[in-house]
Design a protein around this ligand. Structure first.
Ligand code: GDP
Ligand code: GDP
Length: 434
């Protein structure tokens, strides 16, 4: 199960302001997906212990005023098909418009859970004006102000109560691999290269209609699930080229997997879209393997692969301990090596290092490079242990946890990576009071 929340509504009601409050808000959100500012329409959040991905569909509306209605219909249709919950934002200043009625009708006819947010209720005088929105026929609504934050906590409470609290990591017996990447990098070609002519080795494992479909791959000594969401779009009435669709599918595939294969096109530069997907996987703490596909098309000498690798590592800093393989889905070059690497990363992600081993490891590290003193305060690390949770997380117990800065955390992370293989796996370093 994943929790995808889509924000819909016509332009200027305050969707993006609302989105920024939700993903920027101190309490609500643990992280956001960075990238080019323009591209920041989705973020990962947590509220009352429920993790969710928030998508501002408004960010995907393009075009002039006359195409708006059609565009918004498409976004709402996509949200109804792909999201688990929809937040419909309207504007108390303008009151109900025809477009609002159209959207409300679409939402009412769907079976999707909808929360109605009446925005711009900046003061109590406007609370009375909001009552007109009962006429949309969506029942109770939340008065919110995206600008000053009032009402958003209650809305998040209700949202969280509707979301699934199943930890997608808890129910996996077999490794789950997802193949992600922007359009045309060769995702379906790779899936076909793996599963294509040997369909009988594929066992579709039934999920719910909207969840990712898992295909079991059990051959050549491998046994894993391929998380596939691409098949789901076929049911939609909406144009397949809608960027919003591909974003939602990517989000869902990432949330449902243990390891993502991020596919790149060897003929193109590592761009903002590739970066967004990389960060999304990283922030979701999934294992990552980068596959540079269409390698058969590249003119190469002995240095070409290294040069590619160097360029990619510059882009994905500071998390560069990621395997990069050069493959061809067309000729099947190295695709088995890629799967092997996926298994290795999967195992790295599950790895647990004994506390005794860690404490033996840390002694010489601290001797050589102790944490720098802050305003005369000496930070003394007493011991370190790996927490019994899914993502490799190392808790360092010390006297002044608040005085340990990011550069030293990165230093420790790098030493850990040198001594124990965590290739492809985001790891957490936390400091606790002892
Ligand atoms: P979007 O097109 O739906 O994404 O709308 P925006 O987030 O870009 O907001 C449209 C305008 O409404 C901007 O000028 C915002 O500053 C303003 N706005 C957004 N939320 C509020 C609010 O809670 N109160 C008031 N008074 N203005 C708001
Ligand atoms: P998707 O949109 O990511 O699923 O990409 P597709 O699998 O549909 O591939 C897009 C195009 O790239 C198609 O024309 C494929 O034939 C081509 N393609 C995919 N992988 C390779 C490859 O390894 N080498 C070459 N030469 N072409 C490829």
């Amino acid at each position: 199960m994943s929790n995808i929340v889509a924000i819909v509504g016509r332009p200027n009601v305050g969707k993006s302001t609302f989105f920024n409050r939700m993903v920027g808000g101190r309490d609500a959100i643990v992280d956001e997906v960075s990238g080019v500012t323009r591209d920041r329409h989705y973020g990962v959040g947590e509220w009352n212990g429920k993790r969710f991905t928030l998508i501002d569909t408004g960010g995907y509306v393009v075009g002039s005023d006359d195409v708006f209605e059609e565009e918004i219909r498409k976004q709402v249709t996509a949200a109804i098909e792909e999201a688990d919950l929809i937040i419909f934002v309207v504007d108390v200043e303008t009151g109900i418009t025809d477009m609002d009625k159209t959207v409300a009708n679409m939402l009412r006819q769907s079976e999707r859970k909808v929360l109605l947010a009446v925005n711009k209720v900046d003061n109590s005088m406007r609370v009375n004006d909001a009552t007109e929105f009962y006429a949309l026929g969506l029942g109770e609504y939340h008065c919110v102000s995206a600008i000053n934050g009032s009402g958003t906590g209650e809305l998040l409470d209700e949202m969280a109560s509707e979301l699934s609290d199943e930890d997608p990591d808890s129910n996996s017996e077999l490794p789950r691999f997802a193949i992600v990447g922007r359009p045309n990098v060769g995702k379906s070609s790779l899936v076909n290269a793996l599963l294509g002519e040997d369909r009988h080795i594929v066992t579709p494992v039934a999920g719910t209609t909207r969840d990712a479909i898992h295909s079991r791959y059990n051959k050549f000594g491998f046994d894993f699930m391929l998380v596939d969401t691409a098949g789901l779009r076929k049911k939609g009435k909406v144009h397949e080229d809608l960027e919003f669709y591909s974003v939602m599918r990517t989000v869902r595939a990432i949330e449902n997997c243990d390891v993502c294969f991020l596919l790149l096109d060897a003929q193109e530069e590592f761009g903002a879209q590739d970066m967004n997907i990389f960060r999304l996987a990283q922030r979701n703490k999934k294992g990552i393997v980068i596959l540079v596909n269409k390698w058969d098309l590249v003119q190469k000498d002995t240095h070409t692969a290294l040069q590619y690798e160097k360029l990619i590592k510059e882009k994905i800093q500071p998390f560069t301990d990621v395997p990069i393989l050069f493959i061809s889905a067309l000729t099947k070059q190295r695709i088995m090596d890629a799967m092997k690497m996926g298994v290795q990363v999967y195992e790295n992600r599950r790895k647990k290092i004994a506390t005794s081993v860690l404490n033996e490891w840390i002694e010489p590290v601290l001797e050589k490079y102790p944490p720098p003193a802050v305003r005369g305060l000496y930070v003394k690390i007493k011991y370190v242990t790996q927490l019994p949770i899914f993502t490799p997380t190392f808790a360092f117990f010390c006297n002044h946890p608040q005085h340990v800065k990011d550069p030293y955390k990165r230093f420790l992370e790098n030493r850990l990576r040198e001594s124990f293989d965590f290739t492809g796996v985001p790891i957490n370093i936390v400091f606790r009071k002892k």
